[in-house]
Ligand binder design. Structure first.
Ligand code: MN
Ligand code: MN
Length: 499
């Protein structure tokens, strides 16, 4: 081999080595990028001491809210109280007094005490669209029937019809509290909360003892406790006379003396629900999580509300809205559900109160809006790994969750957010250092669920499902992670200020 040929060979080898090195570096870079994907780490790793106070105070406020507001009515009362404290006015009063709303003004509108919409007027005309945070405040529970009370073998029971999708066997042998209202013929409303205070009695659905359960335990889990058997035990003490149904009569007497229920017929005009009794709690040795009833969807409702009320001091360009609705768990039907015209009608009133109303302005306001339709997402549960797609599931402790689509069996019934909108949100979230993850409810064809997103999408606005990951969703006690709640609230604030 002559020098010339050898030199040429060396140059070739050097070139090959250079290319190989380049490929290796690119590979390394790729690996680093992979490491930085949100799925690969827990947000707790990125959590700084200065976040601690804000995170813990948000969690404490949330635990208190969960513990006190267990029905949609209670949640609406609390939302109004907090809104009024930062200057919100009732839209009905604004209409009645013919007040013209100005940018920066804050109003709320209530639908039948169960759904509420809050607005903060922006500097831009409403027809440019709103930014909407939506969540639901109804939760799974056992509703009392209209003729609930009966006696059987010396025990008084109340008959229930469960509300929402529940595993019925989870609701037996635990303390239950009674929440709701009884409306008298005069129109007077009696508010009922029994079973939450230390000295209060509680209620309970009984189950068959294990010793006699051979037959029962052969049944499939959906049959082991039938919906019809979810009757709640409420009394055993008879009136002295020993007459027929004397335990039931004794209960009615107590209801009259202590709770203002003058006749059994008062139950006809009542809305009473049995919910798990007791307060929400911190969960785990490290207190990193929260165990509480009704976190679906009060975790999103609370964080949306807090973000909305915090924005009260900030001048906004686009009008902001926080919408807390009823009846999501049973299909969003009825006047207080998302399928009603409440939101559209309220927006029309708002346009009018701002001196901007026309049918076209209303249509444009709806079409040009952006929404985060918030609901809980099923988080990965290592004990039931087979139900999830590991790469497309939410994890506890990995931040705010987005579901580009929901639906089931071939995305049927889903509202699929546009890639352009998702990109816009990624930009806002990254700019504001919000940790987030994208997920699906579970494995393809294993199940599915819906939210209020598709109803708002019908107006032609940009909508995506977002929210917080939850373990044992729809169980009497659900689990969330404090850091996810914190990141989600950060996400809502970023959305309200930046979109
Ligand atoms: Mn929900
Ligand atoms: Mn639900």
């Amino acid at each position: 081999m002559d020098d010339k040929t050898m030199n040429a060979q060396i140059t070739k080898l050097r070139e090959r080595l250079r290319r190989w090195k380049k490929i290796q570096t690119e590979k390394d870079n790729l690996n680093t990028e992979e490491e930085e994907m949100p799925k690969k780490f827990s947000v707790w790793n990125d959590y700084k001491d200065e976040d601690k106070v804000a995170l813990e105070s948000l969690a404490a406020g949330y635990i208190d809210f969960l513990s006190r507001c267990k029905t949609e009515r209670e949640s609406v009362v609390e939302a109004i109280k907090r809104a009024e404290a930062v200057g919100y006015k009732n839209l009905d009063d604004v209409i009645k007094n013919k007040i013209q709303l100005q940018p920066g003004d804050k109003v709320y509108c209530v639908c039948m005490k169960k759904t509420v919409a809050l607005f903060q007027i922006g500097t831009e005309p409403l027809e440019n669209g709103l930014k909407i945070l939506g969540a639901h405040i109804d939760t799974c529970r056992l509703d009392l029937k209209q003729n609930p009370l009966y006696e059987e073998s010396g025990l008084a029971y109340m008959d229930t019809h469960y509300y929402g999708g529940i595993k019925k066997y989870q609701w037996v042998t635990m303390p239950l509290a009674l929440h709701g209202v009884i409306v008298k013929k005069s129109g007077r409303v009696l508010n009922v909360v029994i079973g939450e205070e230390e000295g209060d009695p509680v209620f309970c659905v009984t189950d068959l003892l294990i010793h006699l359960s051979q037959e029962q335990l052969k049944k499939t889990a959906d049959k082991v406790i039938e919906g019809d058997k979810l009757d709640v035990l409420v009394g055993n003490y008879p009136l002295k006379e020993g007459s027929k149904e004397s335990v039931k009569k004794a209960i009615l007497r107590l209801l009259k003396e202590n709770y203002g229920v003058s006749t059994e017929k008062d139950f006809l005009s009542a809305e009473l629900a049995l919910v798990p009794a007791g307060k929400a709690r911190e969960l785990g040795f490290d207190r990193s999580m929260i165990l509480g009833y009704g976190q679906d969807d009060r975790v999103c409702a609370y964080t949306s509300l807090v973000a909305m009320l915090e924005a009260a001091e900030v001048p906004l360009k686009k009008t902001a809205c926080c919408l807390l609705v009823d009846k999501e768990e049973i299909g969003s039907y009825g006047a207080t559900g998302m399928k009603s015209r409440f939101f559209e009608n309220t927006l029309a009133e708002l346009l009018n109160a701002c001196g901007q109303y026309s049918e076209l302005a209303l249509r444009r306001a709806l079409k040009n809006s952006f929404m985060l339709s918030s609901d809980v997402s099923s988080a990965y549960d290592a004990l039931y790994a087979n139900a999830f797609d590991k790469n497309n599931v939410a994890y506890l402790g990995k931040g705010m969750v987005f579901n580009k689509f929901t639906g089931a069996r071939g995305k049927s019934g889903s509202s699929d957010a546009n890639a352009e909108y998702v990109a816009k949100l990624r930009n806002i979230l990254d700019k504001n250092n919000v940790h987030y993850q994208f997920s699906e409810l579970g494995k393809v064809d294993l199940g599915g669920g819906g939210t209020i997103a598709y109803m708002m999408a019908e107006y032609g606005m940009e909508v995506i499902d977002s929210g917080v990951g939850v373990l044992n969703m729809h169980a009497p006690w659900e689990v969330t992670s404090k850091i996810d709640i914190y990141e989600t609230k950060k996400g809502y604030s970023a959305f309200l200020s930046d979109i």
